[in-house]
Design a protein around this ligand. Structure first.
Ligand SMILES: *[C@@H]1O[C@H](CO)[C@@H](O)[C@H](O)[C@H]1NC(C)=O
Ligand SMILES: *[C@@H]1O[C@H](CO)[C@@H](O)[C@H](O)[C@H]1NC(C)=O
Ligand SMILES: *[C@@H]1O[C@H](CO)[C@@H](O)[C@H](O)[C@H]1NC(C)=O
Ligand SMILES: *[C@@H]1O[C@H](CO)[C@@H](O)[C@H](O)[C@H]1NC(C)=O
Ligand SMILES: *[C@@H]1O[C@H](CO)[C@@H](O)[C@H](O)[C@H]1NC(C)=O
Ligand SMILES: *[C@@H]1O[C@H](CO)[C@@H](O)[C@H](O)[C@H]1NC(C)=O
Ligand SMILES: *[C@@H]1O[C@H](CO)[C@@H](O)[C@H](O)[C@H]1NC(C)=O
Length: 616
């Protein structure tokens, strides 16, 4: 089999335009047959039938090109492009990653600090002298310095060494290369650069500069002598000199007044009670009250509670103590003990100087009594008496104001009328039901009743209702709780309490009792019948009965006069009848005329007799 490979141009042409008749006995695995038994391989493949992949050092069609990649980079078998190993870059991976980057494709950012270098492959930090830590972010630990923090620090006495150079920075009070030397006398502070300021032999703290004074002196720079009455180291000792002897501020030694001697000037040069240069004069002091008599001048100084030239006078008010020289601190009228100055408080106050009023609820001497006031009354801290609030009285304010009074001391009179109750506190009125107004002087308005006139009357035919109870006041002729029932028949007037007096079946008006007469009657009590010829209600009908017929006033019916008949009596009796309602039959004979009135026979001539039956 022939391999067609070497001229790239001709192989490309053959690859693109293969002869139509080409035939390869072996199949071209990764390529095509371009001439009899000749395969054209795809890039990355080689071998007679294009079945072998390129090795790592070759690329391209038939693996005929040599890879150019450096530093262990792999080359693409098809294109020959280099795939760099971690930490490298460039066309042929010939360069390290740029500063500050590392890793695959140099994509990672270095994290090293303080000028450390960074490994281009792993990113590992290599620290400069003086630093440590994964990213060189830490100074060397105390006591170490230099490259890899491996060198030992030489500084003493708390000196701190520089993390790079190892140079010592000394604490205040020390100096020298390794801080081994204390400050020289008179200097202090950092580098011993400050000058001490202590006077009168005081020494200075080499670190802080603070002064330690020598005995007898005080102050920040030992510039002051001890205060009068004290001496020694830090002026902590108390002078013991008596009788106005002066005390030396350094040693405490006493310098006595004339007339006295002894270590503490405690000894009088003259015997007790005597004074003068030659101890020949008698003290003028009143001895029981005298503290001392001056051995030279004979001047008296008195015991507590006494004063005056001769110590025979008591203290003025407000003073106490030796020769009454001290001023009492007692306040609020307290007594002051002229000897001790102790205060005895007035009732209502307490405390050492009696400056504190008793707490609320307590009173009296020492504030030791408990108040007994009731109902928020104010209790006097002095004597516990109660000042009652409005509405209360009594010693302990436990009693309500008596009925009808109110206010402070129950001194005001209630003004509430009509049974209204008054507030003991402010005198306001609470009205009884049915009343209103500031003083309950007004009754409820029409139509209302009850407490605060808040209820509405519920009445139908009434003159309002009772302001207290709400009972309806019915108009005459009405009854019932709501005045909605007319009086029963025969009753009338207020409460339907009157009986009708009408006669002859008349009814009466429920409101005024006036009679309404039945037809045929008249008069105020309907006691009279209608006048003749009249009939009906109020007798206003006019009767129509004729021929002396009498009329029934009730139903206008006619009672005919004998001889007449008909509803209005206008018809005479029929022939041969007579009498009322023509009920009788005539008995007249022989042509006699029969009276329709009474049936009397009027005989024709020739006849006589009652019935004209006898001939004359
Ligand atoms: C390609 O050729 C090799 C020897 O060069 C042979 O072993 C292999 O079987 C062949 N592959 C095909 C598919 O013919
Ligand atoms: C101490 O002395 C050193 C060297 O003389 C100097 O560098 C430093 O500034 C001084 N420090 C102070 C607080 O004076
Ligand atoms: C105090 O004593 C002096 C001298 O003995 C005397 O004159 C004076 O009256 C006395 N005063 C009183 C208050 O006793
Ligand atoms: C007041 O208190 C003082 C000191 O506690 C005490 O001596 C005194 O007896 C008390 N007085 C009364 C009246 O309780
Ligand atoms: C009450 O009246 C009396 C006598 O008029 C008077 O002494 C007292 O101070 C009054 N009280 C008040 C609290 O007004
Ligand atoms: C009506 O009746 C009531 C209650 O029975 C009574 O208080 C009132 O006086 C009566 N009125 C009259 C006008 O009799
Ligand atoms: C009516 O009565 C009177 C006397 O009673 C009598 O004189 C008169 O004639 C009577 N009239 C009639 C129409 O009967």
């Amino acid at each position: 089999m022939k391999i067609l490979c070497c001229n790239a141009r001709s192989s490309l042409i053959l690859f693109l335009f293969p002869p139509l008749t080409a035939h390869c006995a072996d199949k071209c695995v990764h390529g095509r047959c371009i001439a009899p038994n000749t395969c054209q391989c795809e890039p990355g493949w080689g071998g007679p039938n294009c079945s072998s992949a390129c090795d790592s050092d070759h690329w391209g069609p038939h693996c005929s090109s040599r890879c150019q990649c450096k530093n262990g980079a792999l080359c693409n078998p098809i294109t020959g492009a280099c795939h760099c190993a971690s930490g490298f870059k460039g066309w042929r991976c010939e360069e390290h990653c740029g500063q500050g980057t590392y890793g695959n494709d140099c994509h990672q950012k270095c994290q090293c600090q303080n000028g450390a270098t960074c490994d281009h492959v792993t990113g590992e930090c290599t620290c400069p002298p003086g630093y440590t830590g994964a990213f060189c972010e830490d100074l060397c630990p105390p006591g170490k310095h230099g490259p890899q923090c491996e060198e030992r620090c030489p500084c003493q006495n708390g000196g701190v060494c520089h993390h790079v150079t190892g140079e010592c920075a000394c604490p205040p009070g020390w100096m020298g290369m390794v801080c081994g030397q204390p400050c020289p006398e008179g200097r202090y502070g950092k580098n011993c650069s400050q000058e001490c300021q202590c006077h009168n032999g005081g020494t200075c703290d080499s670190a802080t500069g603070q002064c330690y004074c020598s005995p007898g002196y005080t102050g920040e720079r030992c510039q002051d002598e001890c205060p009068v009455g004290t001496y020694g180291v830090q002026c902590a000792e108390t002078c013991k000199c008596m009788n106005r002897g002066k005390c030396y501020h350094i040693s405490g030694a006493c310098l006595c007044e004339p007339g006295y001697t002894g270590e503490h000037c405690e000894t009088r040069l003259c015997p007790e009670g005597i004074y003068g240069l030659k101890c020949d004069k008698k003290c003028p002091c009143h001895m029981p009250n005298t503290w001392s008599c001056h051995p030279m001048s004979g001047e008296c100084s008195c015991k507590p509670g006494w004063s005056g030239l001769y110590c025979n006078e008591t203290c003025s008010p407000g003073f106490y103590g030796k020769s009454c020289q001290q001023i009492c601190s007692c306040q609020n009228g307290a007594d002051c003990d002229s000897v001790t100055g102790k205060c005895t408080c007035a009732p209502g106050f307490k405390g050492a100087a009696c400056g504190t009023p008793c707490l609320p609820g307590t009173y009296g001497v020492n504030c030791s009594s408990v108040c007994n006031c009731k109902n928020e009354a104010i209790c006097s801290p002095v004597d516990g008496s109660c000042a009652c609030k409005a509405g209360w009285h009594g010693v302990d304010c436990s009693v309500n104001c008596p009925s009808g009074t109110w206010g402070l001391g129950c001194n005001l009179t209630c003004q509430c009328l009509n049974g209204g109750a008054c507030s003991a506190l402010d005198g306001t009125c609470t009205c009884a039901p049915g009343w209103r107004g500031e003083k309950c002087e007004l009754p409820c308005q029409d139509g209302t009743y009850g407490m605060d006139c808040a209820e509405r009357c519920d009445c139908s035919h009434a003159d309002g209702c009772h302001p207290t109870t709400g009972y309806c006041r019915c108009l005459p002729g009405w009854s019932g709780i709501h005045c909605d029932s007319v009086c029963a028949e025969g009753q009338w007037g207020p409460n339907c309490s009157l009986s009708c007096y009408c006669k002859n079946g008349a009814s009466c008006s429920p409101d005024d009792g006036i009679c309404e007469c039945a037809p045929g009657y008249r008069g105020t009590t309907c006691q009279r019948i209608c006048p003749s010829g009249r009939f009906g209600k109020n007798c206003i009908g006019i009767c129509t009965c004729t021929n002396n017929g009498t009329c029934n006033p009730i139903d206008r019916s006619c009672q005919c006069y004998p001889g007449w008949i008909g509803s209005d009596c206008s018809q005479p009796c029929p022939p041969s009848h007579w009498g009322p309602n023509c009920i009788h039959t005539c008995n007249c004979h022989n042509g006699a005329y029969c009276s329709a009135y009474d049936g009397e026979c009027k005989c024709t001539p020739g006849w006589t007799g009652l019935y004209c039956t006898q001939s004359k």
